[in-house]
Design a protein around this ligand. Structure first.
Ligand code: HEM
Length: 71
């Protein structure tokens, strides 16, 4: 479903290399097929969503590290 809508993987470097200001901008105003959430969430809620998106990176990096150390 995500892939067919060309929704980017939030764990990926492509997303994680962006700074918080850019992530905030995309969450609030949308981008391409991404809907805008600026009217649905307060600034504080968007802060929390950015933290959540950042936590996805940590999870996948930990998995990647676990895989590397097994080899
Ligand atoms: C609160 C929930 C969501 C969050 C936190 C979120 C977050 C993001 C972020 C951070 C990006 C930017 C990636 C980048 O350009 O590096 C993005 C892009 C995108 N999102 Fe979401 N998203 C959410 C919900 C959705 C939903 C519900 C849809 C589809 C109905 C969607 C569709 C897309 C698409 C298509 C893009 C790519 C836009 C483009 O590059 O043209 N997102 N999203």
């Amino acid at each position: 479903m995500g892939a067919s809508l060309s929704v980017p993987d939030l764990r990926s470097n492509q997303v994680q290399r962006n700074d918080d200001a850019f992530l905030r901008q995309v969450i609030k105003n949308g981008k391409g097929n991404m809907p805008r959430f600026g009217r649905d969430f307060s600034e504080k809620e968007i802060d929390a969503i950015i933290q959540l998106v950042r936590s996805f990176a940590t999870e996948s990096n930990e998995k990647a590290q676990a895989q590397t150390s097994r080899r």
